[in-house]
Unconditional design. Sequence first.
Length: 118
Amino acid sequence: QVQLLESGGRAVHAGDSLKLSCAVNGPSLDYYSMGWFRQAPGKERETVANIRWLLGSAYYADFAKGRFTISTDNAENTFYLQMNSLKIEDSAMYYCAARRLDGPWDSWGRGTQVTVSS
């Protein structure tokens, strides 16, 4: 398992941009996938995006396509979620997570709060 620490969440206005970071501490990440998830009050946790660390291939939830970008920085062992054109409905606790190969998402950060207001 790896240790993850999110940062960057804050209160913003609709239409603003925000970049979340997730610092990763652990073994070689070559066979890992990294992901961003979110959970709003009263709602189920949902996938936002994920990326294979070595290959760089990414998946986005429909609501994230065209607005959000997931990326990695191998030198810093950090991955990011750039969020543009934020909407009120993007308000949630955002979590980063990791999994090895296609295994379960078994390493999680504590979350960072994103609040979007009008």
